[in-house]
Write a protein that binds this ligand. Structure first.
Ligand SMILES: [Zn+2]
Length: 373
C-alpha cells in the first residue's frame, strides 16, 4: 500500500547552520553570536570567518578547506555554538502528501518539479515561521523540522460551542496539527460565531460540521485529502482533548482511564476567564482534585459551580477570544512538541481589563481524590 503521509527522518549530523534569528556582532577582536537575551563571545581569531560559513550548505571539512583553517579549529567553534544551542547540525527530511513525493522518480527529478510547483512553494513559505518556534526548543538541532512533521501524529479534538473553540480549531490546523476536529452540539453557524475569525457573515445558518470540514482543507498547514479516510497511515498515535465551557463528566472519566491528556477552558466568570489545568492522567492533579481544592478554600465556590453548570454560557468579547485562543494554542503546541506546558497542574487566570498580568494558580493531587491511588 502507498503511504499517504510519511514521517520525518533524522539523518546523521551534517552541514551546520546558524539558527534562525541568531545575530553576529563584532566586539573588537572577538565576535558575539546570539540574541539580545543570550549569546556567547568567541575570541578565536578565525571565528568570524568560520561563523560566516555556517549556512547549512557546507560541511566542517569543506569550511576547513575553503578557509584554509585546521579542521580542529573549525570543530572547536562549531562545538561551542552547538553547546550554546545557536546552530542546527542535523537534517530532517519532511515528506508531505504523496502528490509531492513519488517513489518512481529520482530525487533530482522530484526537486526540479517541486521548484516549479506553486502549492509546494506555498507550503515551504508557510513552514518557515512555524520552524522559528520549534527550532528554539531544547535539544532541537534540525531546525525544528522533525517537530513540525510530528504534529500530524496528534488526534486533537476541540469540544465546545464558543468563539475560542472555532479560533483554536483554525490556529491548530494552520500550525500543522492536521488531525484537528471541532466537536460542537451546535448544528449551524450563528451570528455570535462571527468574530473576525474563520467564519464569515455568509456562513451564518450553514452546517457547522460541513463548513469546518471545508475550512480544514483551506487552513491546514499540510495538504489534506478531499475525503479523509481513516487509513492506518493517516491515523495518529497520540491523542489530546480541549474542552471549552461545560465539562462532560463521563468523557473526562474515559480520558482518565485511557490516559488521554485534556485541557479545560472554563466559561467566563465576570470579566475574567480561567485556562487550565492541562491534566495528564496518572501524573499530577486531575479535575476532581482541582474541584475539591477549590471547594475547600472557598465556601461559595460549590454554589457558583452548581449555578454555572445550568446557566447559559457567556460568549467572550472578540479581543478576549483571540487572545485566549492564541495563548492556548501556544501552550498546546509546546506540549505537543516537547511534552511541556505551563498549564500542567496549573490554572491561568486572565482578566479582560489586564490581560498581560496573567495570574497562575498551581494545584496538587488531593488526598481525597482517588486519582493517585
Ligand atoms: Zn484527582
Amino acid at each position: 500500500m502507498t503511504k499517504t503521509i510519511e514521517r520525518t527522518h533524522v539523518s546523521a549530523p551534517i552541514k551546520p547552520r546558524l539558527k534562525v534569528g541568531v545575530r553576529v556582532l563584532s566586539k573588537g577582536n572577538s565576535i558575539f553570536v546570539g540574541s539580545a537575551d543570550f549569546g556567547i563571545e568567541l575570541r578565536s581569531p578565525c571565528a568570524r570567518e568560520i561563523v560566516g560559513q555556517l549556512n547549512g550548505s557546507l560541511s566542517e571539512n569543506e569550511i576547513s578547506a575553503n578557509l584554509k583553517i585546521p579542521l580542529e579549529k573549525v570543530g572547536e567553534v562549531i562545538t561551542r555554538l552547538d553547546e550554546a544551542h545557536l546552530i542546527d547540525t542535523q537534517l530532517s527530511k519532511l515528506e508531505i502528501y504523496s502528490r509531492f513525493n513519488s517513489h518512481l522518480k529520482s530525487e533530482s527529478t522530484q526537486q526540479r518539479e517541486l521548484a516549479l510547483d506553486g502549492a509546494h512553494q506555498q507550503i515551504q513559505s508557510k513552514l518557515i515561521p512555524e520552524l522559528a518556534f520549534t527550532t528554539w526548543l531544547a535539544d532541537v538541532r534540525d531546525g525544528g523540522v522533525f517537530n513540525i512533521g510530528s504534529r500530524r501524529d496528534i488526534d486533537l479534538q476541540i469540544i465546545g460551542e464558543n468563539r475560542i473553540a472555532s479560533l483554536l480549531f483554525g490556529i491548530m490546523l494552520a500550525s500543522g496539527v492536521s488531525n484537528t476536529s471541532l466537536l460542537s452540539s451546535q448544528e449551524t453557524i450563528q451570528t455570535q460565531d462571527i468574530c473576525a475569525g474563520y467564519f464569515r457573515a455568509s456562513d451564518i445558518g450553514l452546517s457547522l460540521t460541513r463548513r469546518t470540514e471545508e475550512l480544514s482543507r483551506e487552513l491546514s498547514l499540510f495538504p489534506l485529502p478531499q475525503k479523509i479516510k481513516k487509513s492506518e497511515d493517516l491515523f495518529p498515535t497520540r491523542s489530546l482533548r480541549v474542552v471549552l465551557g461545560k465539562i462532560p463528566a463521563d468523557q473526562i472519566q474515559d480520558w482518565m482511564s485511557q490516559g488521554i491528556p485534556h485541557l479545560i477552558i472554563e466559561d467566563p466568570d465576570g470579566a475574567s476567564i480561567n485556562i487550565g489545568p492541562l491534566v495528564i492522567p496518572g501524573s499530577g492533579p486531575c479535575l476532581r482534585c482541582v474541584r475539591i481544592t477549590r471547594e475547600e478554600e472557598n465556601e461559595i465556590w460549590k454554589e457558583i459551580e452548581w449555578q454555572r453548570a445550568f446557566a447559559q454560557s457567556l460568549e467572550t468579547p472578540v479581543a478576549v477570544a483571540h487572545s485566549v485562543a492564541g495563548t492556548v494554542a501556544l501552550e498546546l503546541l509546546r506540549f505537543i512538541d516537547s511534552g511541556e506546558s505551563t498549564l500542567i497542574g496549573s490554572m491561568a487566570h486572565i482578566k479582560y481589563h489586564s490581560p498581560c498580568n496573567t495570574e497562575h494558580r498551581n494545584f496538587a493531587q488531593h488526598p481525597a481524590c482517588g486519582c493517585n491511588w
